[in-house]
Ligand binder design. Structure first.
Ligand code: ZN
Length: 272
């Protein structure tokens, strides 16, 4: 191979970037991290997403809600998924959302987050953790805000601070990061592939790679249920990731955010 001055230049720059201890680093020299997450305890996640993850050799994070139908009928499946190394995380006990916001007519009055106070929310979070512990024996949890809502009492009382104390990290629905420095552990970004093409999903991944950040996929149904990520699209995304594991570190939301926390500590960046 002929080494051109330009190639030497790139090699030198890459070496410098890697040696830069003041920069945020992902494990194994990866350029970005990727989390594959699934909300609402849906059957299609057990029947379609999980087998596809296993086939690709990748781990996902399943944000379970206590009153999701499969929590009663298919708890053994969730236990098996946890035993296979995937993450079971909290999506609350009753999936309360702010009914007062536009398009929220479907929210039951009794699960209207606008009518919750912090005490009720905290109690339900505790019970959810006990429930999940009974399934997988884990203690430290991550969380995903139902509907992306982050406040109770008609939106007057944010519970981000509470989530920060209660969970390793909480997945929100914030927009894509400019850099890891902007990462907020109590309200992370997310990207929903259900309305996207494969090319748009790859563009998102490569944009996160260019910025050295974390790509967080938020799925509901996969090949079924609702807000459906097409099964073929889901499989294509996993295949792309499996083929690019030297560039992307794909792991559970908990493992990725724990690593990010250790980097924030090392760099003395504030954890929000
Ligand atoms: Zn949800």
């Amino acid at each position: 191979m002929r080494i051109t001055p330009l190639a030497l230049c790139f090699t030198f720059a890459a070496t410098l970037a890697h040696a830069d201890e003041s920069a945020f680093h992902w494990p194994h020299g990866a350029g970005a991290a990727v989390c594959l997450t699934y909300d609402d305890s849906l059957a299609s996640q057990i029947d379609v997403a999980y087998p596809q993850l296993e086939a690709a050799g990748l781990k996902g994070t399943f944000f379970l809600q206590g009153n999701g139908g499969t929590m009663e009928s298919r708890v053994d499946d969730w236990r098996q998924i946890a035993e296979a190394g995937h993450e079971l995380a909290s999506h609350s006990l009753m999936h309360p959302c702010r009914k007062g916001l536009p398009g929220r007519d479907w929210v039951a009055d009794k699960y209207d987050l606008d009518q919750y106070n912090l005490e009720r929310l905290e109690s339900e979070m505790e019970v959810t953790n006990i429930l999940l512990h009974a399934i997988d024996g884990q203690t430290d949890r991550t969380f995903a805000y139902p509907c992306g809502d982050t406040a109770v009492s008609n939106g007057t009382q944010p519970f981000l601070e509470f989530a920060r104390e209660f969970f390793v990290a909480s997945r929100g629905v914030s927009p894509e990061l400019g850099s890891m420095r902007d990462f907020k552990f109590s309200d992370t970004p997310a990207f929903s592939p259900d309305t996207k093409t494969f090319e748009e999903c790859v563009a998102y991944l490569e944009d996160c790679y260019a910025k050295g950040t974390v790509a967080i996929f938020l799925n509901h149904g996969v090949g079924g249920d609702y807000l459906v990520t097409d099964a073929k699209l889901h499989e294509q995304i996993l295949e792309y990731l499996a083929e690019n594991q030297d560039r992307f570190w794909i792991d559970t939301f908990k493992n990725v955010t724990l690593h990010a926390k250790s980097e924030f500590d090392r760099l003395d960046w504030p954890i929000e």
